[in-house]
Design a protein around this ligand. Sequence first.
Ligand code: MSP
Length: 655
Amino acid sequence: MPKRFYLTTPIYYVNSVPHIGTTLTTVVADITARYRRLRGEEVWFLTGTDENGTKVKEAAEKQGKTPREFVDQISQAFVDVFGKMNVSYDDFIRTVEPRHTRAVQRLFEILRERGHIYPGVYEGWYDVASETFFKETDLVDGKSPDGNEVQWVSEENWFFRLSAFERPLLEHIEANPGFLLPASRRNEVVSFIKQGLRDMCITRANPGWGIPVPGDDSKVIYVWFDALINYLAATGWPDDPTWDEKWPADVHWMAKEIFTRFHATLWPAMLMGAGLPLPKTVIAHGWFTFGDAKMSKSKGNVIAPLELADEIAAKTGCGPKQAVDAVRYSLAVLLPYEGDTNYTRDEVDKRYNADLANDLGNALNRSLAMAHKFVDGAVPDAPPEAEAVAAVETAKAEVEAAMTELKIDRATEAAMGVARFLNKYIDTRAPWALAKAESPELPGVIRSMLLCLRAAEALVRPVMPWSADAIADQIGLPPLTDWNAIGKPESIPAGTKLGRAEPLFPRIDPKKAAEAASKLPGEPASKPPKPENPDRSAEKSKPEAPVEPIDIADFMRVQLRVGRVLEAEPIDGSDKLLKLQVMVGDEKRQIVAGIRQSYQPIDLIGRQVVVVANLKPAKLRGVESQGMLLAADNVDGSAILLQPDFEAPEGARVH
Ligand code: MSP
């Protein structure tokens, strides 16, 4: 078996159930894994839980559980949440498993045999919260640099000769620019090593929980030394002869706080000491903060990913799988690659409406609706236009470039670029006008639209696998999982019978959003939407005013013209208004119409309407309206739009 592309996440402490932060790294690694599979590579993706810490025993006791009962339960919560978040891991390692203990003890022995581990007396401060040793001079006001309580420790222990690896580490980092990413963090590591590495105490007195030192049961191995070895243990090392089909890891993903000291220094030094190959890339992203603090259970500001998905489903009406994909999307696109990001529900909602409902959702709806309307719902047998093919190629190249540097946020934006291009392409190529003119270009334009839609399906697949499947289903084809086929005409074969467009990501309903917000602790409920004009039902209930006769000249002052709806979307905070882009002759007008309760935006696109074209512009809900649509009142107060009896010339006057 050839070497697989092996990638890992940190193994998570079992002191809290998964939250949006721990889910972030796992989803980001999942996107990396899915992208690699899409590129045709054999991937091995590992995640898991870190269960041997000193804290575990205390936490279990507090809950009246045995340590094993305690860790089983929380580790299972990680398995459950990652499963529901559609994380495609191949292996989940727990540090309480015998395969892990075996690897840790063996690596310890090898390093001791090679003289890199020696006995000594340790005296210093220990921070139980971060499982880290500190010197007196490291402390800030008697606490760890992170502000945690520290305990004084004085014990006979085993030490790892980290100091011996200063030079080899610096040489390796310099010779392999892709080893530590991003470059800004690599520089931090270089300065850290250059300040001098001290030998490290790697054992603690055995508290009855942890991995015993081989041949010395009175001690357990320091949890960080133990935890890092999970990456090697999961390959089957040292007993399974096929371990090198996985090792070395191609990518270790994590956040910045465990990068410099542990993954970029201690871990490679341990491997060097044992004569084992080093991982290819170790990469750290920044933090999500929540209300400007690092999210953590102790600060009580934790967002649970599945609860967030439930909230999204409740306020949009999207399906549960799309809600999970929306959370995955938010993690990918908001990933703090270099700095930190404040992750808020508001930001998630904004990206949902702008990117998923407007860009991707509209591209899907418009393309399929128009293909049904103009070419009988079958993929036309005409070559796609060069402009569309080029746009897909550009997006592919951008995704590829971003993924090479593991810039998941940029890659996600680039993938969504196809949907954005598609919406613009539809506006400029105006299939409705081509259909009306019976232009021979129409089939090629529709094929191009479908080619882009198919490319969008494939390019967003690593981030939103379930929604990509749903898009493929609506197109009427099996999922497109061959990278090389993306953007090729054969990805969307002529004659394919297209499925029906169903809204995948309906926009956030302001009323439901207000309800959801009011249920959140500490978050002010949004104000209920104000009644707004034009409110057709309110008008209807008013008594009819006596009508004064007018001259024909008065009537002729009102300029009525035929327009065609190009785009339609709801207006945030209003359950009545739609914002339309309407072509009136050669002029594009933005018109706000109070018809949301009578028409779905998708049903309006491409249709002719009658516009009052010389109305003074007005603002409704802060959105400028440059005209008005004519509509009749239905008995229930809803609107019936007026439409020419048959296709009228674009911009025709109405008398
Ligand atoms: N058990 C160690 C890791 C051992 S790996 C050999 C540990 N566990 S942890 O549960 O604290 O997980 C830390 C990791 O969770 C971070 O490095 C990051 O990947 C992820 N994150 C946890 N909270 C996060 C944020 N608020 N923001 C970004 N990443 C987050 O450290």
